[in-house]
Ligand binder design. Structure first.
Ligand code: FAD
Length: 427
């Protein structure tokens, strides 16, 4: 069983498939230097802490190696005489290429995918004519017609889990030390505990409270979902028909939708989904880089933008409403390429996920499927008045915005809004 984005032991269909009727199972993880390089420190810390938990639950029998999976997995399969290698399916462009390479390198040993990190896997929700959806609401209607498994017991008897020291020692590494401290704990136990707390305390108010960044009543499940510490069906199984529950289900569908978009249009990872926008004028001169630095540091002089960017830098997570405001500001007020912002988010976020992040950015930039129309430009002050009326969120992350060392606005929002519309008008 090759673990990747499914770092848990319960409700893991691929593990149940690996066990089959009576097979022994070796559980392994490959630390891929390419992913180490492209993941921010917080995501690596989350990953390594999650691995440590799995290893502890297996009494030290998780085999961790470092290298290229297309070399390491066949090597391990040969060393243990594996009849098959089991995975949960990965749909990211990188993951698909990697898995194809591993499958080929495995030769006659089958690579078997069971389940995925989604409620409804990418590619399954289509229109009657088989075409993919480009707009979320009709996608969601169809998505709801699909069933998903109920959470099931996938536990494997202790005696069936192979001890790597008995079968292969070669290449085994210690789980690397987390490169930074996390502001909330990783792992399956923490995910289940946080979910139970959210259901008890906040789910009923989710529908009304989810846009209030100061109230902080969202579930904070995103990083757990990213690393598969918990599967969304475990969450969906607890949801009923109330407004809060249904609003939550809709957000889980959003996660599936963006993965589906990436599956059908892999170019939208780092390029405009809508190529019509490729010709828009963007600022990339020295001044643009300076402004980008000010945006990253939370020193734009727009309190809600700065609060969000400081929350991101401090804890590696930002409230969804503020993600939208900070993203819109980078694109529409500073005229910078959305992918600059998307890359910074991925470096900082503990829940950084290319499908949700890059399509969230394209939504804000107006270049994606189902995007905000190009003429909708968030006014950061109006957004603050509406969603943080008492300034509580801003005070929490910025402190006193009247203080001498708080910067003046780096741009004039009204003028930049006009400028953004002018540039859109040109194309
Ligand atoms: P909750 O409100 O409790 O939502 C529950 C779950 O639903 C989330 O954990 C998430 O898995 C899913 N979800 C909610 N909103 C969205 C959405 N808009 N798109 C996709 N899934 C959603 N989410 C990520 O998981 N990783 C990212 O890298 C990421 N980057 C984003 C960048 C931008 C510019 C924007 C606008 C949004 C981004 N999101 C991303 C979506 C959303 O902001 C986060 O999922 C959410 O804030 C996570 O907090 P939560 O778990 O408390 O959310």
């Amino acid at each position: 069983m090759w673990l990747r984005r499914d770092l848990r032991l319960s409700d893991l269909p691929a593990l149940a498939a690996a066990r089959g009727t009576d097979s022994s199972v070796l559980l392994c993880f490959v630390v891929d230097p390419r992913l180490e390089k492209s993941s921010g420190e917080r995501r690596l810390a989350f990953l390594f802490d999650s691995l440590r938990e799995v290893d502890a639950k297996l009494d030290g029998r998780l085999l961790v190696v470092r290298g290229r999976p297309e070399e390491e997995i066949p090597r391990l399969a040969r060393a243990v005489g594996a009849g098959s290698v089991h995975i949960s399916e990965d749909f990211s462009p990188f993951g698909r290429r990697r898995d194809e390479a591993v499958d080929e390198a495995l030769g006659d040993t089958p690579l078997e995918a069971t389940g995925s990190p989604y409620l409804v896997s990418p590619g399954r929700v289509t229109k009657d004519d088989g075409e993919p959806y480009k707009v979320f609401t009709p996608y969601f209607r169809r998505w709801r017609d699909h069933g998903w498994r109920k959470p099931a017991d996938s536990s494997v008897p202790d005696s069936a889990v192979l001890d790597p020291s008995d079968v292969t020692k070669s290449g085994r590494i210690r789980i690397p030390k987390a490169p930074t401290r996390l502001s909330f704990p990783a792992g399956e136990d923490a995910a289940l505990a946080r979910w139970a707390e959210f259901v008890d305390d906040d789910l009923a108010d989710y529908d009304t409270g989810r846009n209030d960044p100061a109230a902080d009543v969202t579930s904070r499940m995103s990083a757990y979902l990213k690393y598969g510490n918990i599967h969304p069906r475990t969450l969906a199984a607890d949801l009923g028909r109330s407004d809060g529950d249904q609003a939550y289900l809709r957000e889980l569908a959003f996660r599936d939708f963006y993965a589906d978009v990436l599956h059908h249009w892999p170019h939208s990872l780092w390029h405009n989904w809508n190529r019509q926008f490729d010709d828009i004028a963007l600022d990339t001169d020295e001044k643009a880089y300076e402004r980008f630095e000010e945006w990253k540091a939370g020193r734009t002089g727009f309190p809600l933008v700065d609060a969000g960017m400081r929350q991101l830098a401090e804890i590696g997570w930002m409230h969804n409403r503020v993600r939208m405001v900070t993203a819109s500001f980078l694109v529409k007020d500073l005229h910078l390429p959305w992918w600059w912002g998307a890359e910074w988010f991925l470096e900082q976020l503990v829940d950084g996920d290319v499908a949700s992040n890059n399509h969230g950015w394209q939504w804000a930039a107006g270049t994606g499927t189902d995007a905000a129309p190009y003429f909708r430009v968030f006014n950061p002050e109006a957004q603050a008045k509406k969603f943080d009326p008492d300034g509580e969120y801003i005070r929490r992350w910025v402190g006193d915005t009247d203080a001498d060392d708080y910067p003046d606005p780096i741009v004039d929002h009204k003028a930049e809004r006009e400028e953004a519309l002018r540039r859109f008008g040109e194309i």
